[in-house]
Design a protein around this ligand. Structure first.
Ligand code: GMT
Length: 426
């Protein structure tokens, strides 16, 4: 057995969407360029990973004692209620989830950006997720410079636009024949473009035929928040606890997780699956579980806050990432930070994240998307080799700390914003 069924202990835990308001762990504070920064971050306000990364970045920059505004939808999911943060959360009419770039919302959003940039003397606008948001940012830059196109001349600019690509803005919208040319024009008009992985940067070059490769700044993780709970044995159990955490969109292939469970059980390993998240394939997934005779082995737990995710991970032995495509896969990093290894697919960013941790890990733990047989085989092998499992598990946090720390990510963004700010007309 991989590990006994354990019950986590959650002393005084509160349900918040975000981690803590404490200083970012391990940050070498402050950096030489931080105090003078005048930055705003624009993002979607829903539960997607891009908004999460953007909000954590705003929080991190604020902890560096720098000026940072967060421009996002009203009732943004990742902004903590009653958060006494030094970053200013300014609700604007940005959508909550990726929404086709329609002038009806893009133009008013540009006007809101202009007002905030003028009022707060902002020099750099970092846009997380391209679609619609980047057009609004560029319209704002154009108007502020009184230029006549997105690509106004560099010397005239008094706002620098730095776009951060996240995933489906490239892998989905980049293939939309009606929209991709407009999106490409917006991307190449930005002062700087970053991507959350090398995989995504390469993909963007290919999909949009870019001359300049986006600069890669990997996502990072708060290791104080995503941590393992000490496991105490409630009742020894030989049942393998798998989990799948996603928004159940097609790209996540959630039904595959249930098929994998069926194969693992078919191979003689007692197992169950926690399905954490809500989304378009929920009913199909329930039906699939019933059809495979697994109604009692698959537990649908619904959308969960980050605090709840950490709790579910505390009772999970492995996470199953079955995605067709992932630019980075923050969910996998969060799982591994809680010492829950991931078995999954070669879906892009996931093999990059794993490969940074350990060059052998992708081949050990990943299979082709849709190959539920190989995924199940790898799980059974791990189940039968507790020492290998334990070795993987024990090494994860140290490696994550080395490669995906917040301080590293913050330093990269702060340095970049500092350079961009120095190029903007005062
Ligand atoms: O994957 C999602 O459903 C949400 C999506 C988003 O844009 O909010 O996530 C993307 O960005 C995350 C943060 O950078 C990455 O960890 C995810 O891998 C990426 N999703 C995809 O590429 C499908």
């Amino acid at each position: 057995m991989l590990s006994p069924l354990t019950t986590p202990n959650f002393p005084g835990d509160t349900i918040n969407r975000v981690s803590t308001n404490s200083p970012i762990p391990n940050s070498p504070l402050p950096t030489p360029y931080s105090p003078q920064l005048r930055t705003a971050i624009l993002c979607l306000g829903g539960l997607g990973g891009s908004g999460k990364v953007a909000t954590e970045l705003a929080r991190g920059l604020a902890n560096l004692d720098t000026k940072v505004l967060l421009l996002t939808s009203p009732q943004a999911e990742w902004v903590c209620k009653n958060e006494e943060s030094s970053f200013s959360y300014l609700p604007v009419n940005a959508p909550k989830s990726p929404t086709t770039a329609d002038p009806n919302w893009v133009k008013p959003l540009a006007q809101e950006i202009i007002q905030h940039v003028k009022t707060h003397d902002i020099a750099v606008l970092n846009v997380h997720y391209a679609v619609g948001l980047v057009e609004a940012a560029l319209l704002a830059r154009q108007e502020l410079a009184k230029g006549d196109s997105f690509a106004c001349t560099k010397g005239d600019r008094n706002l620098s636009v730095c776009l951060t690509l996240h995933g489906s803005d490239v892998t989905k919208f980049g293939y939309d024949p009606d929209y991709a040319p407009q999106l490409r024009n917006a991307i190449i008009s930005c002062d700087e473009v970053t991507a959350v992985s090398n995989w995504l940067a390469d993909k963007a070059v290919k999909v949009f035929d870019l001359e300049k490769r986006p600069r890669v700044i990997h996502n990072a993780i708060d290791l104080e928040f995503f941590h393992p709970f000490r496991r105490w044995i409630a009742a020894p159990s030989k049942t393998l606890n798998l989990c799948h955490i996603s928004n159940l969109r097609d790209v996540k292939r959630p039904l595959d997780a249930i098929t994998v469970l069926a194969r693992v059980i078919g191979a003689g390993v007692p197992a169950r699956l926690l399905m954490i998240g809500d989304g378009p394939n929920l009913e199909k997934a329930r039906k699939h579980a019933r059809e495979l005779g697994l109604a009692n082995e698959v537990m649908f737990l619904g959308a969960s806050s980050p605090n709840e995710v950490v709790r579910w991970l505390a009772v999970s032995d492995l996470q199953l990432v079955t995605s067709e495509s992932e630019s980075f896969c923050l969910a996998a990093l969060e799982s591994m930070a809680c010492e829950v290894p991931v078995v999954g697919t070669f879906c892009g960013g996931l093999e990059e994240v794993m490969g940074v941790l350990d060059a052998d890990m992708p081949n050990k733990l990943l299979s082709a998307p849709g190959d539920t047989t190989t995924m199940a085989t790898k799980i059974v092998q791990l189940f039968n080799s507790p020492s290998t499992y334990q070795q993987i598990r024990d090494s994860l946090r140290k490696k994550i700390k080395q490669s995906f720390s917040h301080s590293k990510q913050l330093e990269a963004y702060a340095k970049l914003f500092s350079t961009l700010q120095s190029e903007v007309s005062q």
